[in-house]
Design a protein around this ligand. Structure first.
Ligand code: ATP
Length: 274
């Protein structure tokens, strides 16, 4: 789905050149659910914006959804198959109702009115917004607005959806719902790149990529990242209480596949051995 090789991106900040991405090589396969993390300013958003042609790398090679993004036509085509859901729920809708908003994205795509209507209502139903199709967008909650952004991606039949800290402005219940929706879409074949700083979301991933100062510094499973890589300490990440307990468990001979990343995993591990 994404084949990035030795990507560099330099942006201008006044008179200064800022190396935002440095020598990034990553391969994301079709059908994966992968998490991307890193401190604020480490380059996560810049990286994912190169994947759907919003930012153009200064050098390196990038293929996304089978398109070579050196070419302007490829960059405009990739925006259809790889969609981004951003952090701010307020900033993503154009239409005055969800139905209008989703349909807006389908205009100029050579689709008949009937098909547009069917795709729109289907996408709204899949995201749990069927009953709000005609409601004013201004009356939707933050979680509903993120669902609407996802409905737009579905109507466009996106092959990959990139969630760029898409739940960071939501309450815990909506956050969990959007996260679960991303998992559901993934089970149905959508490739998902989930940008997050939340431990429980990293713990759910089979594969976690970590950015630091514009570089990709880790690409592997979350348990190895937190217990064996030494990276959290090198990046001055604070150990969560659960990881602290997990380290003690390891010193006491617990098998490494039971070392917990989340409170739930800790409870499960303790239940199994108590
Ligand atoms: N348009 C721009 N012009 C100049 N510098 C930029 C621009 N966009 C981002 N940067 C800089 O690039 C670096 C990486 O920013 P980016 O937003 O990609 O990081 P991030 O990891 O997504 O951060 P956050 O978690 O805060 O969203 C930062 O130093 C940022 O200030």
């Amino acid at each position: 789905m994404i084949l990035a090789s030795h990507l560099n991106l330099t942006l201008r900040d006044g008179y200064q050149s800022l190396p935002v991405l440095q020598d990034i090589t990553i391969h994301i396969k079709k059908g994966e659910w992968i998490a991307l993390t890193g401190a604020n300013g480490s380059g996560k958003s810049s990286l994912v914006r190169t994947f759907n042609g919003l930012l153009i790398p200064s050098s390196g090679h990038l293929t996304a959804a089978g398109l070579d993004l050196r070419y302007a036509e490829s960059r405009s085509a990739v925006k259809r198959s790889i969609q981004l859901v951003f952090q701010n729920p307020e900033a993503q809708s154009i239409g005055s109702t969800p139905e209008e908003d989703v349909a807006f994205g389908l205009e100029n795509r050579g689709i008949s009115r009937e098909e547009m209507k069917a795709r729109t209502l289907n996408a709204l139903r899949q995201t749990g917004l069927g009953h709000k199709a005609g409601a004013p967008v201004s009356e939707l909650s933050g979680g509903e607005r993120q669902r609407l952004a996802i409905a737009c991606c579905l109507a466009l039949e996106a092959e990959m959806i990139i969630f760029d800290e898409a739940t960071s402005m939501l309450d815990p219940v909506s956050r969990k719902e959007i996260f679960e929706l991303s998992r559901e879409l993934w089970r149905r074949g959508v490739t998902v790149l989930w940008v997050t700083q939340r431990m429980e979301e990293l713990a759910a991933a089979d594969r976690v990529a970590v950015m630091d100062h514009g570089r990709l510094v880790y690409d592997g499973d979350p348990r190895t990242l937190f217990y064996d890589s030494g990276l959290p300490a090198a990046l001055s990440w604070e150990d969560s209480p659960v990881i602290g307990i997990g380290r003690m468990m390891r010193e006491n001979g617990w098998p490494s596949d039971l070392l917990p990343l989340t409170e739930q995993q800790l409870e499960e591990a303790l239940c199994r051995y108590s």
